[in-house]
Design a protein around this ligand. Structure first.
Ligand code: CDP
Length: 254
């Protein structure tokens, strides 16, 4: 994508983009595409919450044991890197050196991740790491609280949503394609439960930031969603350029 503008020879950028929304609303497809088009870092924060959840389950912890799960979140070393295998993954996720890229997509993680994510101590540990990445700029960050808590200063905030039925259908198709067992009714029920916990928790609940642009993709194809979002980026770029800024250098090594 050509964002074109220059001021005093320096690139003018919409440098921090926050994408939030409920489960399976297309955030990762849109986020990854956008990051690739712009040459930015794509960072999916859901991966971190999933990694802590997986590590807790693997150690046989009770998910209701807030103290133990929080301690774990402070200790486990999560590394998200470029793909190390050519097996359809968007990135590789390591927890204390172990490759858990596919494990974090299992049904037991789906089931336990929202209760884990509701613990304030877990959020505190992960939010600090996410902020550090966000502050370097040139990033598309995806999650539930990016525009509201992690990067409230983001240059562009998108809240991506779709009907629960459409989101469940997409997740169901995705799981089948991956060779996972999947029952549509179960996917729908579990997703609604997760959305409920994510929206009602006290710390950093899922909600639309006051300055976010809502995109409802229920009856849109992926191509039209991407075209629409490209338009939003170009508009925002023009708005920022007209206002005289921002001038941002990438520090993400891209
Ligand atoms: O891919 P999907 O939309 O199903 O979920 P995800 O983005 O991988 O996030 C999994 C879970 O992590 C969510 O249901 C939230 O409970 C939690 N999460 C969060 O609390 N805050 C974030 N910034 C990202 C994810």
């Amino acid at each position: 994508m050509n964002l074109g503008g220059k001021a005093d020879g320096k690139p003018l950028r919409v440098s921090t983009i926050a994408i939030d929304g409920p489960a399976a609303s297309g955030k990762s497809t849109v986020g990854a595409w956008l990051a690739k088009s712009l040459g930015y870092l794509y960072f999916d924060t859901g991966v971190m919450y999933r990694a802590i959840t997986w590590a807790a389950l693997k150690r046989g912890m009770h998910i209701a044991d807030e103290e133990a799960v929080t301690r774990l979140a402070e200790e486990v070393r999560i590394v998200v890197s470029r793909p190390t295998e050519d097996d359809g993954r968007q990135y590789t996720v390591l927890a204390d050196g172990e490759d858990i890229t596919w494990d974090i997509r299992k049904a037991e993680v789906d089931w336990a991740v929202s209760p884990v994510s509701a613990y304030p101590g877990v959020r505190k540990a992960l939010t600090a790491q996410q902020r550090r990445i966000g502050q370097k700029g040139c990033v598309v960050m995806v999650g539930r609280d990016i525009g509201t808590v992690v990067m409230p200063e983001a240059h562009l905030k998108i809240y991506l949503t779709a009907s629960a039925e459409e989101r469940a259908r997409r997740r169901h198709v995705e799981q089948i394609a991956r060779g996972q067992e999947s029952d549509y009714d179960e996917v729908l029920r579990d997703m609604k439960r997760r959305d409920r916990i994510d929206s009602r928790r006290e710390t950093a609940p899922l909600r639309v930031a006051a300055d976010a642009i809502v995109v409802d993709s229920t009856s849109m194809s992926i191509d039209s969603v991407l075209a629409h979002i490209k338009g939003l980026i170009l508009d925002r770029f023009k708005m920022l350029a007209d206002a005289g800024g921002p001038l941002v250098e990438c520090q993400q090594g891209l």
